[in-house]
Design a protein around this ligand. Structure first.
Ligand code: SAH
Length: 213
């Protein structure tokens, strides 16, 4: 393990590069370093990171994937459809390697639906499904995650309806769903049409675990 505290992780993740031109249609909202550190430490304490194979679906600029590697994952796969985001993630990886030495992270440029390597856990911040083009994207990420690992840590846009839906959706896939917390998540607007620079939405942090028969 390269990092000893949540604060230390948050600080190092805050120095990583973000999306150059975030693509609205892909819902490229980077996870803020404080939220990423909370997610990753929760997974670490539940023994789902250290010496494990961790998958980050929709890895963007690599915040969660790289954080998992710094917390001692044996291998991390970051799966991302956008080649531009992958190139930023690779820069972030090289930068961290100048500090910590070689990290076991592989970024793969493909649709999450085409990725089929299994792991021990998934830690992800999928598209929230807020845009027309990506409606229900969080659900197809989640069903993909269910097929790849037994433990899943994921963020979802909060609504009472989606809370009910998600626990039902998990149980249909033979997973239990535990709500671990709710974050105020900043959607940083880069587009001129947005008047306010930052809008916040509420995002639920879930832990899904397979129900062993
Ligand atoms: N996980 C990153 C990025 C979150 S934004 C972070 O926590 O900062 C969601 C990411 O999912 C974006 O980078 C977007 O390009 C990616 N994405 C959207 N649809 C995808 C798909 N079908 N397959 C793989 N990645 C996808």
């Amino acid at each position: 393990m390269y990092i000893k505290s949540k604060k230390e992780l948050e600080i190092i993740l805050s120095t990583l590069k973000g999306f150059r031109r975030p693509k609205e249609s892909l819902e490229q909202w980077q996870t803020p370093s404080d939220i990423a550190a909370v997610m990753l430490f929760e997974a670490l304490l539940r023994k789902d990171i250290e010496n494990k194979i961790v998958i980050d679906l929709g890895s963007g600029t690599g915040v969660l994937a790289l954080g998992a590697a710094l917390l001692g994952a044996k291998k991390v796969y970051g799966v991302e459809i956008d080649a531009e985001a992958i190139s930023v993630a690779m820069e972030n990886l090289s930068y961290l390697e100048t500090i910590y030495g070689k990290l076991p992270v592989e970024f793969i440029c493909c649709d999450v639906n085409e990725f089929s390597i299994r792991g021990d856990s998934v830690v992800m911040n999928p598209p929230f499904g807020l845009k027309k083009a990506s409606r229900h994207a969080d659900l197809f990420f989640l069903s993909r995650a269910f097929s790849l690992a037994k433990k899943i840590y994921s963020l979802h846009h909060y609504s009472e309806k989606s809370r009910k839906f998600l626990s039902r959706y998990a149980s249909v896939h033979n997973f239990s769903a535990e709500l671990l917390g709710t974050f105020k998540f900043p959607l940083k607007a880069k587009l001129e049409k947005h008047k306010k620079p930052v809008k916040h939405i509420l995002v639920d942090f879930y832990y899904y675990q397979i129900m062993e028969k």
